[in-house]
Design a binder for this molecule. Sequence first.
Ligand SMILES: [Zn+2]
Length: 477
Amino acid sequence: MADAEISPAQSPSNRLEEILDASDRIEELSDSENDYEDMGSVTQEEQANIDYLESVRIPIIDELKTETSEVQDDTLEVVLPFLEGNPNDYPLNIFGIPQLQREKHIAFLKQALGDYPSGFALLDASRPWLVYWSLQGLSALYYDISQYRERVIHTFSLAQHPTGGYGGGFGQLPHLAATYAAILSLAMAGEIEAYESINRKNMWHYLGQMKQPDGGFTMAAGGEEDIRGAFCALVVMSLLHIPLELPPDAPARQHGLTSFTDGLGEWISKCQSFDGGMSAAPGNEAHGAYAFCGLGCLAIIGPPKETLNKYLNIDTLIHWLAARQCSPEGGYNGRTNKLVDGCYSHWVGGCWSIVEAATTSDMWNRSALTRYILSGCQFKRGGLIDKPGKRADAYHTCYNLAGLSATQHTYTYEATMQIDLGGSALDAPYYWKLDGVHEEGKVWDETDHIAEVHPIFVVPFKAAHACRKYFEEKEGF
Ligand SMILES: [Zn+2]
């Protein structure tokens, strides 16, 4: 079409005005004072919750309808009644919020450690995870897990591969995710028998096979290289006090690498995306769980203040992490334009301790997350969930509880702290300490209290410390 044929209404400037002038594209949510008018009479607690929700609502939303905006609207419709009222009729804590249903969650996790119907055979490769999530969830609820020690040792003795590392069960190929969950479970089970069931020399060789010439790690032999691999490998190395030198048969040696940490910080640095988040591998979309893996990995390589500042753009990282907290839901999503989900209570909520150790404290809304977990993520029959309407599983139970713990405690990295460990490779995670309970804006009471969780290892502090100490004191493999 020639320029002369454009009518005034179609000219570019008019077209632009048409778009910009459309003031009804933007809607003031806070205009809708009558949102709750059909709720009937509300209790004092419900009114307090409604006032709170009004105070945290994002005032402006774009009216453009997309598939994403529609599922977000649907999600709010499902979540809001749980934040406003108490549809499950739980007893309330002194802040008018549903109490933690501790006994129900304990019963759920104990069941998760039991037998499964045949349909669960598909999950066989995830068995180490089921054990880890359940043991960590129980520990967070102050439940003594020592009764499971023998079974945990037996399970992982069978899952340990003859050439090193762990698979999902007997005869399965080793995988770093299974290995990570196995080692954390054995560390939690604790004591000599559990530690001695681990073949550390084979583990050293196995991890050497995962190290890549560009600094990262694959998840399995011939498998994908991503930031989970780096984190899982470093967690295992730190807890088991594995030598930093690559074994002689590590393929990466042929490319001039000599240490497990060669090129690792630089590789993680490349996983920071343009928007400040962290992705699975360079160039991918940022994701909450990968952010935790990346930050955790850097916090194992050295003190967070050093490593985060050296390898990441912290300003954009904070911006991205903060934008993951959904409003008014209060919980976190894992990616831009995605839905709130209880498991990110840990994957994103757990990032803050590490970031705060490198910058400044109190950068996130703990009480909003507490409300989401206690009001929205407790399944009526026990266990915790992604969001109202979903069913409980051990994964969401573990990570909601870890997130709830993060809201309740403050941890600091103290480089000058006296630790009764040798002070050698990958010992940075042992300089963390619990500062105490976070009181400001608290909306939980003693009935909702969760045990402290190590900010990097996500197991009890004692378990991580005792495991490392045992292997530091052991001579040779
Ligand atoms: Zn989830």
